[in-house]
Design a protein around this ligand. Sequence first.
Ligand code: MG
Length: 451
Amino acid sequence: MAKYFGTNGVRGLLDLITPDFVSRMCAAFGHWSKCGKIVVARDTRTSGEMLEYAAIAGLLSAGCQVVRLGIAPSPTAEYQVLHQKANGAVVITASHNPPEWNAMKFVDARGIAVSRETGEGIERLFESRSRKAAPWNALRPIVKYPLACEDHANAVRKSVDPSVFKNAKPSLVLDCANGTMAKVGPALFKSLGCRVTTINANMDGTFPGRPGEPTEANIGDLIASVKALGADMGIAWDGDGDRVVFVDEKGKFVIGDRIFSLCADIALREKKGDVVTTVATTNAIRDIAAKYGSKVFYTGIGAPYLSEGVLTHDAVIGGEEVGGVVWPSLHFGKDGLMTAAKIVEAACAKPLSKLIAGLPVYYNSKTKIPCAPERKQRAMHAVAGFAKLAASKGKITTIDGIRVDFKDSWVIVRASGTENYLRIFAEAKTQEKAELLMKEYEAIAVKAAGQ
Ligand code: MG
């Protein structure tokens, strides 16, 4: 079991994520990456510059060639790994966490984030005393690369039809969370001819505008701005720009799985192929894939598993329920810039609310139950036993937690990897059915967690 790696890198407060720790971990990653070319980027946090220097020092000590992007969104760094044929990337970002956090996100040569399981190998190198620093005559200079955001924006621009934007001239309100997307989002949409109003578009590592996570509760200013300006759409990114959420022209928040559903419909209409998603994603994806004769492949929850699935199955699109979408035509990470561009392109023809209304309709119900870490395994065992009995007409999937699929509904029970909870999520064709299904499994989980 990894000691430091979580589902997506090594994350913590600054008492763990010290310059010394970052330097040593990045040296270990450098060795794991065969001491080759490594792309380094960071988000806007106040600790970012300090930890960026530490990361670079560690990588250089391993004999790596460092390509320094400076402040850039995570998807920009992931794009650069493939664009520069690098051996990997280190992104200093804690994504949507509060400003006092920071993290190292590691990406391999395929452009896929390093998982907890793969991270164990890097940790072994981190602990190893026999790991040797590169000799004086193998050390290489840093290569500064200031064009990374421009490259990424150009790749996105080539993936849309500019005439659609020029004709419609949509009015957008962009909320950059004082994060990295301020560097690339507004410029891209202005260059496409959109009428752009920005909020929280000054890069500031104290995140004065709003918390980094783009939940409905956190983007009240964006919702109010869309309504006040009568804009066509509002777009809000998280701190490192891999996730994005939307507000329609009526000022209504659009949840993540609707956005992924819309993206899947767009991608499958443009190119024949399959879809990859996590086991906690809406059946609307299954329905959309069926419309195009495509298959859906499921993965565990977490960016590394989703990206790996997209690569393995050679899918045309991948996504998760909280608004992260992978466009493998660009790279294998979740890309909030490409997602925004494809949604705006589609909304040039029809208002976003109408596009969403055209998607398959499902209702969901969710809850979380306190469960001590030592009880999680036994509780999940009890849930599995019940599922086997109850699901004689359903299909059980155990890729991540226990998911039971019935004809028009499904339920998943998962033990949280980072918190002391069991999470239950049910989906059905009516709200009543979703709640009934959720309650059925809640009763079993409460009993099992309390034993
Ligand atoms: Mg993020």
